[in-house]
Design a protein. Structure first.
Length: 392
């Protein structure tokens, strides 16, 4: 059994945040961008329709639910691509049984084969592309040129999975092989070529020069995070796109497994994505705690003590003051720059370390607190994130 097959047997906690975001954010994207045109949801690495052991919905069913949610006021087309024949057969069966009534297209093969058809169908439409490959299977130019190179209106957004663990493992292996023997073996050459194709060149090799111990997992992971940051810069260079990233871990005390990255040109997109991440973060918190308890731990140590049962309302009530205080301090730091700014244009700075935990009401509470202290000129009412924030 391959690791890819094993992944679809059960939904791990690290996948919960991704799916929690995916069942929320596309609804907002369709509602905001589809007023005068069609909307296309693309799942370029669809996989199976659901997880085998638990019957949990995978990304195709989640996108189908989003499309059905807005069908009364938005016209949506679903486009699914899956390479593996067995997974494709399951995908077709699951969508026929549970996929709802939204119009959909299914294609077996690689996304590079079928992207021309997607782009043709999406001409004049808003496009939300979810690209979740198993490992570094994506082509850099497919994202940079074909997707981010589309006309600015209607908008295109890409939700991208970047495997930190895979880049760390493959990058370290290639560097150590080269340092030991000079020429790479055929398998190592293939690995290097896959990373070159995914990352858009061999520039990443210089980053891994600092990893000189094949057992140094922490340094390899830190290096992979630096590589991912440079990758995002290269993807968005020369475009109007910005990258909003979320590092996703199996548990809070473990290293990131992957990054969930939204590429968007709109501050409002970034804002609502962060809001979806916050709600999904609650799903993730519940999932990893439950997973630990399932493995025989009576109580799980979190930032707020020992949990034997995860109570979402209790957890949110305990953490909300901390989230708002953190955001408040972030905004104070931003105000010191001396220039007015829109919160929607500075989403990573606004949330800081609580991105993926807090959401809009907690930012609103922070702004209201600053207004009461006469530190900002906006009371935090209405769509406060769209309006310039400044000192009185």
């Amino acid at each position: 059994m391959s690791a890819h097959d094993d992944f679809f047997r059960s939904r791990k906690a690290a996948a919960v945040l991704k799916h929690g975001t995916l069942k929320r954010y596309p609804v907002v994207f369709a509602a905001k961008t589809g007023q005068a045109n069609e909307v296309v949801f693309l799942d370029g690495y669809a996989g199976r329709g659901e997880y085998e052991d638990e019957g949990e919905e995978g990304s195709p069913l989640l996108l189908s639910r989003c499309a059905d949610h807005v069908r009364e006021f938005r016209k949506v087309l679903l486009f699914f691509v899956e390479r593996d024949p067995a997974h494709f057969a399951n995908l077709r069966q699951v969508l026929e049984q549970k996929g709802g009534s939204t119009r959909r297209v299914l294609r077996q093969g690689d996304i590079t084969e079928h992207l021309p058809e997607v782009l043709s169908l999406a001409r004049g439409a808003s496009l939300f592309a979810f690209l979740d490959p198993f490992g570094p299977a994506l082509d850099f130019d497919l994202i940079k040129s074909d997707l981010l190179g589309r006309p600015a209106r209607p908008p295109t957004e890409v939700l991208l999975h970047v495997s930190v663990s895979t880049v760390a493992r493959m990058g370290r292996a290639v560097h150590i092989a080269r340092r030991r023997g000079g020429e790479l073996t055929p398998p190592d050459q293939k690995t290097a070529q896959r990373l070159d194709r995914f990352l858009g060149g061999n520039w990443w090799q210089d980053f891994f020069a600092r990893v000189d111990d094949e057992r140094d997992d922490n340094r390899a992971t830190d290096t992979a995070m630096l590589v991912a940051g440079e990758y995002e810069k290269r993807l968005t260079a020369g475009t109007a796109y910005r990258a909003i990233r979320m590092a996703v871990r199996p548990r809070p005390d473990l290293a990131p497994k992957y990054l969930l990255v939204l590429l968007t040109t709109h501050g409002e997109g970034a804002w609502h994505f962060a809001d979806a991440l916050g709600h999904a973060g609650m799903d993730w918190e519940e999932a990893w705690v439950t997973e630990q308890m399932r493995h025989g731990k009576a109580g799980v140590e979190t930032l707020f003590g020992d949990l034997s049962v995860f109570d979402r309302d209790q957890y949110k009530a305990a953490k909300a003051p901390f989230w708002s205080r953190t955001i408040e301090q972030n905004i104070i730091q931003m105000l010191r720059e001396g220039q007015p700014f829109r919160l929607a244009d500075r989403v990573p700075d606004v949330y800081g370390t609580v991105l993926g935990q807090a959401w809009t009401p907690h930012v609103r509470q922070a702004v209201k607190s600053l207004y009461r202290q006469r530190l900002v000129d906006h009371p935090g009412t209405g769509d406060f994130w769209k309006e310039p924030l400044r000192r009185p």
